[in-house]
Ligand binder design. Structure first.
Ligand SMILES: [Zn+2]
Ligand SMILES: [Zn+2]
Ligand SMILES: [Zn+2]
Ligand SMILES: [Zn+2]
Ligand SMILES: [Zn+2]
Length: 380
């Protein structure tokens, strides 16, 4: 066994690649813990294969530029926005963190125009009060008996009698509405033609609480001014149009699958929890870290090429050195060894040979079962 006996594991918690000696020590401890005795240092006793694991996640910030026509009421302050001539060439720095979406707004040079509105000063007459500022309100509370409807069948509350003679039913109706005998009208003087409560006036003696008898109220829509803001120009009397340039940098995540041995679930699970992964975060121009397997390095190369529209990149690498140890005297098991946080961790799994044996045994058992079943079902 050609192992680096000086020890590659660096001190201070950052575990490096386990040396073969460390790996064998971890495997030996595991075998001895189950009562086995083996000399792993004997010639041909073990076979060690390196199968490092690499996880790679790439986040690219991809840029999209677009131009759109913008319009706003009044005179918005655009002085804080950068001005461009050619959006595609305009230098906009990439986002500091490619994982963050960022939208930058710019203004096309010379595109800002102010447009005066036909309203002039941004105000238009109020549509509710027709510019008067007040709306009419009944000065008196309506008569409760006739509810303000025609208090007098002769003049209808106007004081001027109609020409035709009233029908007796109508008189009776007005009196019935009022709940008493019809009274003489106070307005036109017609006898027995009016509501007994208001005597044809249609209102009570109580003054309206809303307008206190004034007969009008300030308009609730314009607050009494008679004018409202013109909606089209937002009350500014002016509109501004311009060409807006938008530079949007959006993150695109890629989980990179690298070629390599598919590890047994048990090993992946333990490695994820107990492994001392070496992690590295690379920016756009950073070189790959050292210590990567040549196969990984070759596979990463094309994946890390710049994509169209890419302005920034973040590559997260997690690397775990892993050794597979096969022990000649223990052919049913394979040991995977990786650096843990304190010392190397060895995980035993059934070898392919053992897995085949188990499958064959299961098949044989099933075959035997079916034979017994057939024998039991056959007529004697
Ligand atoms: Zn206007
Ligand atoms: Zn109004
Ligand atoms: Zn009348
Ligand atoms: Zn009345
Ligand atoms: Zn009123």
């Amino acid at each position: 066994m050609a192992g680096n006996h000086t020890g590659e594991r660096s001190a201070g918690g950052t575990a490096g690649e386990p040396t073969e000696r460390d790996a064998l020590a971890a495997v030996g401890r595991l075998i001895e813990a189950r009562g086995g005795v083996v000399d792993l240092r004997a010639l041909g006793a073990v076979r060690i294969t390196r199968c490092p694991v690499l996880d790679c996640r790439v986040t690219r910030s991809l840029r999209e530029c677009r131009e759109e026509s913008a319009e706003e009421e009044g005179q918005p302050d655009l002085s804080g926005l950068p001005v461009y001539r050619n959006l595609a060439d305009h230098p906009v720095p990439p986002p500091h963190d490619p994982r963050v979406r960022r939208v930058r707004e710019l203004v096309l040079d010379g595109s800002v125009r102010r447009h005066g509105c036909f309203c002039g000063n941004g105000k238009v007459p109020c549509s509710m009060c027709a510019g008067r500022g007040r709306i009419s309100c009944e000065p008196w509370v309506r008569c409760a008996a006739c509810r303000g409807r025609e208090g007098c069948t002769e003049c209808g509350g106007s004081g001027r009698r109609r020409g035709a003679r009233p029908a007796p039913e109508r008189r009776a109706g007005a009196a019935a509405d009022a709940g008493g005998a019809p009274a003489d009208c106070a307005l036109c003087g017609a006898p027995e033609a009016a509501c007994p409560d208001c005597r044809g006036r249609g209102r009570s003696r109580t003054v309206c609480a809303d307008c206190r008898g004034r007969g009008s109220l300030p308009c609730p829509d314009c607050g009494g001014s008679g004018k409202n803001d013109h909606e089209a120009c937002g009350g500014q009397g002016v509109r501004t149009t311009w060409t807006r340039g938008v530079v949007e940098d959006a993150p695109h995540h890629e989980q990179v699958r690298l070629p390599g041995e598919r590890l047994p679930f048990r090993v992946r699970h333990r490695a994820r929890r107990a492994g001392a992964w070496r992690r590295a975060v690379l920016g756009g121009g950073d070189p790959l870290p050292g210590g990567l397997a040549p196969g990984h390095r070759a596979a990463l190369g094309p994946l890390l090429e710049r994509r169209p529209g890419e302005v920034a990149r973040r590559v997260e690498l997690a690397h775990l050195p892993l050794l597979r140890v096969e022990v000649a005297t223990d052919p049913d098991r394979v040991f995977y060894v990786f650096p843990g946080h304190e010392r190397p961790v060895a995980v035993p799994v059934a070898s392919r040979r053992r897995a085949r044996q188990v499958a064959a045994a299961a098949l044989a058992a099933a075959f035997l079962c079916s034979l017994l079943l057939m024998a039991a079902l056959l007529p004697r």
